[in-house]
Write a new protein. Structure first.
Lengths: 464, 464
């Protein structure tokens, strides 16, 4: 699927900078650069210079100096791509970048496709597919937690777990398939009890990884937090207060598909997507009910739900609202936000607090306008994300492709477990185990197709 | 004016890329990086590793891996700044770039000011002031010719010429000042004939450099071309045709102050600024005359003037127009563009051609709409720029500051020449020679003030 032609690309961000890096990788890297580069000191061809060194000199175009550059030398297989590679650090003018790129193309290189350097790293066995995919995630990560998950994956986190599972399964499936060869003799090389135990362990591990996807995906793309409440209870004021907190950074990430009513805020390294909803209240109006129905859907899609009330309003209305909401909050991390405590009567605040306790919701007394108790809300949010069963070092699945493969692998291993309990024959077992192996192999790229690779790398930036 | 603190900055273009480079320079470079960097292979401190090598490893923040990076090692004085310097090539996410920068600042580095790396290179004697200034020009250059001038200056073009002049003058002024020490004895160490000859040569050289400013500045900022002609003779069509030529690239350079009626086109590596003018015709209307006055000013500011007529119009009107223009075109590179030759009567075209010859203007027959003879126009433009007395390798002055210093140095050397013809005494001569030396020294930075340096480097980008 990829040819062996030497490829080149600008690897630094587009536009003018102090320095730009142009990368060249492939068999002909050194013969190409040696034709256009004159070292300032030693008059040695770059291919004869030591790997991992930097050579200062000039790029020559049509007999004239195009630029003074630094060339970093990497030699196969000890480079990112596994091929001979150089990185030219030139002056960061757009003119120099474009002209240098053109000059390399004139030497026979071709423009790299998006992610092609990483794709070559994968094809040359420098990293597996899950690691390769994570390279793009590392570059796109906008928050500390998204970065941590991506970096962990790039450094082989999920690969290690998957490969261990696969290896154990492979051993067993070989034994079972050996039995099939001796089927007339009715031998049993694979200890069924041990196999059952292993499959059970694998089932648990796949389940754990699958389940981690919800958090992993949320941390990667932003943890969805729905704020529900009647109109004018202070939802916008709350969002503004969060945006203005010193701890919070407003993030405007290019490429993130954002609903108009979403606000992205990074708090203590975690990206939250705050989803404002239409005001919810008991009504007989059909159209208004449709709006409320959409709000319910938002709640269902969220990890965290903040139910917000205006403590200064009629207690009766608040109670009706909270009663209508109570059955929507099952299995959600939810808190009751009692806002406007600075202007509400003290007794009513106390009644609302009791109400929250009855509903078994944590209660946060807030004045969003006066920024009172904002730290309590922030603690609740951070705690809600971190209170899962995951530690900082646990592998979290954040990639939809991995999640789907895990789901399929999980279904296959369940069939193995069911089959074993029904004592089905080895060849049927073997078939399901092979299927499980196949789906696990998809994640790390032992199993891959051109189409899968194409889909993965097309979303990379050029130059990586 | 600069402290000795270790400085850091992102040196690649802002935003997300495959790779970003963060640069760290100063005494504490290695102690800072060694606190946060773990090499993958050799566990040697970076300061003990060889200069001009690249080390692969991880950046550690609060015990966890922040990123996998390549660190390039440069040691004082053999670095761009002349100080210990490292360049960290990290993953190009904005998060990684910002976090890494923050980590370096936590180690005691401070953010570099615009151009501060280059300023240190100047202060550490790695390059003179004219060369330092050219670094920013190289990065900003948008056309081949602007790039060539900037690169030549960065590589010491103008510095070499200035320093030669200065050195010769210094020798003479020492001799003259020696005479003053022996003034009672009325000796003459400095041969006046030779001094006069030298000053004359210097005068010529300064003049040549000063004169080159017009072209140098035009090539740097775009060669101004005014198009004059009555309304609807086809000026816009001509501009569009130029923009659509394969050879021409429309350039929209950020930061270029553009008049609304200017169009920037790069043709064969030269940037032209086409200035459209109000229609010019003989009139008694005061207000219209004011517009025409502005057009005359544009002509005065231009290097090249294209006088454009619509060959299909009344011959009498065209003649009146051309007659009114003829005295405005003195000392301009000017051509008569006879447009709409596809629809004009043949006889009239011939009459206009004779008229052009009478006015001693090159004539270009054009159909801007049909793109006929566009190559002739392009040749005229390119030739007008290159037909000066300058070769590709000649030093061109493109910097206003240098131009002003040259002007002042020229005035001083003229006083020396005048004084010598009047046989004024050595101490007066010496004073003017010293002044000339001073202004020449301003260019290369032997003479500089904090204010001058501040003005120069504030226009640099951060990270250079």
């Amino acid at each position: 699927m990829t040819d062996q032609q030497t490829i080149c690309a600008i690897s630094t961000a587009p536009g003018m900078g102090a320095i730009a890096i142009i990368r060249l990788s492939g068999h002909e890297t050194f013969s190409m650069i040696d034709r256009i580069f004159r070292p300032a000191a030693k008059k040695t061809a770059l291919k004869l210079q030591k790997a991992n060194t930097i050579v200062y000199g000039t790029i020559i175009k049509e007999g004239a100096v195009l630029d003074e550059v630094l060339v970093s030398i990497f030699k196969a297989p000890h480079s990112f791509t596994g091929e001979d590679t150089i990185e030219i650090a030139c002056h960061g003018s757009v003119f120099v970048q474009q002209t240098l790129l053109q000059l390399l193309i004139e030497q026979g290189a071709r423009m790299a496709k998006p992610g092609e350097f990483t794709q070559r790293a994968f094809l040359n066995g420098k990293m597996d597919l899950a690691q390769s995919e994570a390279v793009a995630d590392v570059i796109a990560a906008a928050s500390a937690s998204a970065h941590r998950i991506a970096l962990q994956q790039m450094r082989g986190g999920i690969s290690k777990e998957i490969q261990q599972l696969r290896q154990q399964l492979l051993t067993f499936t070989s034994l079972i398939e050996l039995e099939l060869d001796f089927s007339e003799e009715d031998v049993s090389f694979a200890n069924r009890d041990e196999l059952f135990k292993l499959c059970n362990n694998i089932h648990h591990l796949i389940n754990r990884l699958s389940k981690s996807f919800q958090l992993g995906n949320a941390l990667k793309n932003g943890v969805p937090v729905t704020i529900i409440g009647d109109t004018n209870v202070g939802k916008s004021t709350l969002l503004n207060a969060l945006l203005n907190e010193d701890k919070a950074i407003v993030s405007d990430i290019a490429g993130t598909t954002r609903d108009v009513i979403e606000d992205v805020v990074i708090i203590e390294g975690i990206q939250f997507r705050f989803i404002d909803t239409a005001g919810i209240r008991a009504t007989n109006d059909t159209i208004e009910n449709m709006g409320i129905e959409r709000s319910y859907q938002k709640i269902a899609q969220s990890d965290i739900v903040l139910t917000m009330v205006d403590a200064s309003r009629s207690l009766n209305d608040i109670i009706i609202f909270l009663t209508s909401m109570s059955d929507k909050l099952h299995e959600k991390k939810s808190a009751l936000i009692i806002n406007k405590i600075d202007i509400a009567p003290k007794e009513q605040i106390e009644e609302l607090m009791s109400l929250g306790e009855e509903m078994q919701l944590p209660v946060i007394l807030l004045s969003a306008k006066g920024k009172t108790n904002m730290d309590q809300l922030i603690n609740f949010l951070i705690h809600s994300v971190q209170s899962g069963t995951y530690n900082d070092n646990d592998v979290l699945v954040s990639n939809v492709r991995h999640y789907e493969s895990l789901k399929n692998a999980g279904a296959a291993i369940e069939r193995v477990l069911d089959g074993m309990q029904l004592s089905i024959s080895g060849d049927f077992l073997s078939q399901d185990i092979r299927e499980c192996l196949y789906y696990l192999g998809e994640i790390t790229g032992e199993i891959s197709t051109d189409e899968v690779l194409g889909n993965i790398f097309k979303n990379f930036c050029i130059g990586k």
